[in-house]
Design a protein around this ligand. Structure first.
Ligand code: RUB
Length: 313
């Protein structure tokens, strides 16, 4: 049975109260720790089963989130490895270890963001107008770091229909003192002449270097490509989806039609609401990652170098 905190975390992720790949993964890891603390397991096997139940529920909240899935898989792998390594560990010890592992994960995430913001901020021109889409904590961190470096940054944010996460970005950067302009998603072309650089986040990176990000990203990337404006995605390498290496296409989450329009007012009309789209590598100048700035086609090798990905058995 899932404790209330874990259930609430699942609901908050599904409803976008917690949104953005990093925030989702961090919240899910905290929920795993909560599940561990709540567990009344008498044996290690029972304890692992409780963790798996929570990890499965959390991983299923949003289908297009490999960072979340990778975090859940890593937490379980860690637990299995601990049990295998130390035959004497009891449930109380395992509870302590998963908590320590969660703190280590948070620390890694914090360091990754710091490195990405440093590299991304250096990459931006000294004076520039940026186009941002949706709400990415990684992108916001880069913009703020660039300002700290003394760069003169102006920002244009799409509002990002249907859930308007771009407005969150606009408000956050306005509060941080930036010159911010908010536009509707369909106005991007009209502003391309003003834009020097496009910066977006990432939900998933596939084995061929494709970027899966908020719906509308593909259109912005192609426009940027044909207008010769640099288009970069800021993402930790852990957003790579290993399943894509073995032939699985990244599943695109389709959300409730009522986020787009009230179905009662549009009877007889199909309303579709895909949350993400897929941008091919050729439109992406590079990924800004914690290990550096990497061309989209080079992401697979970078990930293999870092995580030692091997053939699937
Ligand atoms: C958010 C979104 C963000 C990425 C990256 O979509 O597309 O660009 O998740 O965010 P949603 P971060 O609002 O549907 O979750 O850089 O914070 O991981």
């Amino acid at each position: 049975m899932l404790p209330p905190y874990v259930k609430k975390t699942c609901e908050d992720i599904k409803s976008l109260k917690i949104q953005g790949a990093r925030e989702i993964a961090k919240a899910a890891v905290r929920a795993i720790v909560e599940q561990a603390e709540f567990s009344d397991a008498k044996t290690n096997q029972e304890f692992i089963a409780h963790l798996i139940e929570a990890a499965d529920a959390l991983a299923a909240t949003r289908p297009t989130e490999p960072l979340l899935r990778n975090a859940m898989r890593d937490a379980l792998r860690f637990m299995f490895a601990q049990i295998k390594k130390s035959k004497t560990d009891d449930v109380a010890t395992l509870k302590k270890k998963i908590k320590q592992e969660a703190s280590r994960y948070e620390e890694t995430m914090r360091k990754n963001k710091e490195k990405i913001s440093e590299y991304g901020a250096k990459l931006l021109p000294k004076k520039c107008t940026l186009l941002l889409h949706c709400h990415s904590t990684t992108v916001v961190a880069i913009v703020k770091r660039a300002d700290e470096m003394g760069k003169d940054i102006r920002v244009i944010c799409t509002e990002t229909r249907p859930r308007f996460q771009g407005r969150m970005t606009a408000l956050e950067l306005r509060d941080a003192g930036f010159d911010v302009t908010l536009i509707v998603d369909s106005a991007v072309k009209a502003f391309m002449k003003e834009i020097d650089f496009v910066l977006v986040g990432a939900d998933a990176i596939t084995s061929t270097g494709e970027l899966v990000n908020k719906i509308g990203t593909y259109g912005i990337a192609t426009l940027a490509y044909y207008e010769d404006i640099p288009f970069y995605s800021a993402a930790e390498t852990h957003k790579f989806d290993p399943l894509t290496l073995w032939g699985n296409a990244e599943e695109i989450e389709e959300r409730d039609p009522s986020e787009v329009a009230d179905p009662k007012e549009f009877r007889g009309i199909k309303i579709r609401n895909p949350a993400f789209d897929v941008t091919p590598a050729k439109y992406i100048r590079g990924y800004i990652t914690e290990i550096g700035i990497i061309p989209a086609q080079g992401m697979l090798n970078a990930v293999i170098d870092k995580f030692g990905l091997r053939e699937r058995d």
